[in-house]
Design a protein around this ligand. Structure first.
Ligand code: ZN
Length: 542
């Protein structure tokens, strides 16, 4: 093919190398965001250095052509797949949604999916094919007839290589290399499949346990109960609980307006400082803490189902374990957030629409669980960017300064309080919607807790989840019901999150033979037992 050879030679190696660099970095930048893109580009550097290194041996040049083309081809495909997922699902491949979808998919569903994509699939395949051919051709062109490198240029390139090698020693740098990333990804999918087999068995066991307990609804009327579970909200940062900044005007107003039928539990504590362990306790009536479930463990959602409630699970978390362990016990599961980890930015207000849909469902007995991100780090992502309700020159900031809290932490507290402030608007709206949809001639109830607290310069110079300080366990807890007032004594009692199931089943009017009313904060004979926290000298009634 003399013509092709002439044309190929018409692009000088340096220009071919530059085109190749532009092509590969361009595709990678579309598929990766922010600092991740920088890491991916850094991984390309050694490949391009090798490509520029003058090699005399034809055999070595051919080997290099194959290896470099394959490597760069992988980066291109990686970028294309990621760009597609970001564009179509606003999701990264390791998000719970994508992993779950892939782990759940049969070959028939795969075919259906490909058919439903229609032209996009063919355009994507064609585009990827063209890009791969271009990578292969440009690699070949840039690898021939290279000018020798000067001595200093060689040392520079070796220096850059050493820096890259040091960077790749760190796991966070390596993990986005396509070979490492996608093999880890494939392992995650396989593990998920294996894990689900067990969880499914666990869920059926929980449903059998609930059937055996034979729970029944004691009231004859229709009923709607909404459970709001938030994340990382410290009650000390809510003005409802006496905080200096007006972070919860909505809930404060509701507590006054609905006085009597509204309950704010002043001394509420979580029994774990992390989501998974805390929610295990919340849903299992305290039977399931850090460890595995016992043979006779009950689950609130299974009990609700066995008693005849239709159950919804609406979540702004992207968390497979929580969804598998709790959410999937519901009849309907809806996950709004598709970006995993601390960086995700899906606002809790997005759960209001599915809440409204569930509230208008005709089922006579409904339990709707909302799992919010609350004030989970990163705090700035938990509220709209233009929300700035507080300034740093107030009494809260002055008190922090007196306690020796550094400036960055005081700024972080502002972000945290802003998150609580937005959270207040969402949570208040869930109350309003629940009340508005109280069934005619029936009753409605609403309950709210946070899974655990958060340390934001309350007693230490740090911000985040905190197993070692009280701030990590101080949670808000509140309830409202339409049917009758709450007993006045309840409003002074200490409360622990892993007993929340007893309050919730009371709001649902569910009873069964082996239940333990002494752990129900509304019961006459409530018998408080302090939880075992890894802290000394906690006064739980304060
Ligand atoms: Zn949490």
């Amino acid at each position: 093919m003399p013509l092709a050879r002439t044309r190929a030679a018409a692009i000088p190696p340096a220009a071919a190398g530059l085109l190749l660099l532009l092509l590969v970095t361009g595709v990678s930048l579309v598929g990766h965001e922010g600092s991740r893109a920088a890491r991916v580009l850094a991984m390309l550097v050694p490949v391009f250095i090798w490509l520029r290194w003058p090699i005399v041996s034809t055999w070595w040049r051919r080997l290099r052509l194959v290896i470099v083309s394959l490597t760069l081809g992988m980066f291109v495909l990686d970028g294309v797949v990621r760009a597609y997922m970001l564009d179509r699902y606003q999701a990264v491949p390791e998000s719970a949604m994508v992993l779950a979808a892939v782990a759940n998919t049969t070959s028939r569903e795969m075919t259906e999916y490909a058919q439903s994509m229609g032209n996009i699939l063919w355009i994507g395949l064609l585009g990827s094919g063209v890009a791969l051919c271009a990578v292969f051709a440009l690699t070949g062109m840039s690898g021939r007839h290279q000018a020798p490198l000067s001595r200093s240029a060689r040392w520079w390139l070796i220096g850059i290589l050493v820096v890259c090698c040091i960077a790749f020693a760190g796991k966070h740098w390596r993990r986005y290399h396509p070979t490492i990333y996608w093999s880890t990804w494939a392992t995650s999918v396989a593990n998920l499949r294996a894990n689900w087999a067990n969880q499914e068995e666990e869920r059926s066991q929980l449903l059998r346990n609930a059937q055996k307990a034979n729970p029944r609804v004691t009231s004859a009327t229709t009923s709607t109960v909404v459970l709001v579970i938030s994340d990382s909200v410290n009650r000390d940062n809510m003005s409802l609980y006496g905080y200096g900044r007006s972070t919860t005007p909505g809930l404060t107003a509701l507590s006054k307006e609905l006085e009597g039928r509204w309950l704010t539990l002043p001394h509420a504590w979580s029994t774990a400082a992390g989501t998974w362990a805390s929610l295990s306790g919340v849903f299992s009536f305290g039977q399931r803490g850090q460890g595995a479930p016992a043979g006779d463990t009950q689950h609130v959602l299974a009990i609700a189902r066995a008693a005849g409630y239709q159950v919804w699970w609406v979540s702004n978390h992207d968390d497979i374990a929580i969804e598998q362990q709790h959410g999937m016990l519901a009849h309907s599961v809806q996950t709004i957030n598709r970006q995993p980890g601390r960086g995700s930015a899906s606002l809790d207000g997005d759960v209001l629409r599915p809440l409204q849909a569930a509230l208008t469902h005709p089922a006579p007995r409904k339990l709707i669980v909302l799992h919010l991100l609350g004030a989970h780090p990163d705090y700035r992502r938990r509220a709209p960017a233009d929300l700035n309700p507080f300034t740093a020159d107030d009494a809260v900031d002055a008190a922090m300064a007196r306690d020796g809290r550094p400036l960055w932490l005081r700024k972080t507290r502002l972000d945290y309080d802003t998150a609580i402030s937005y959270h207040d608007s969402v949570v208040s709206e869930t109350v309003r919607l629940t009340r508005q949809h109280t069934p005619a001639n029936g009753e409605a109830a609403w309950m709210y807790i946070s899974d655990h607290g958060q340390e934001v310069g309350h007693s230490a110079n740090r911000a985040g989840h905190s197993a070692a300080t009280e701030a990590g366990y101080k949670i808000p807890a509140m309830a409202w019901r339409s049917s009758k007032p709450f007993p006045a004594t309840a409003a002074h009692r200490a409360f622990r999150a892993d007993w929340a199931g007893w309050l919730l089943t009371d709001l649902m009017n569910i009873e069964w033979a082996t239940m333990e009313p002494k752990r129900n904060v509304l019961a006459d004979h409530y018998a408080w037992e302090a939880p075992h926290l890894p802290l000394d000298g906690v006064r739980f009634d304060r």
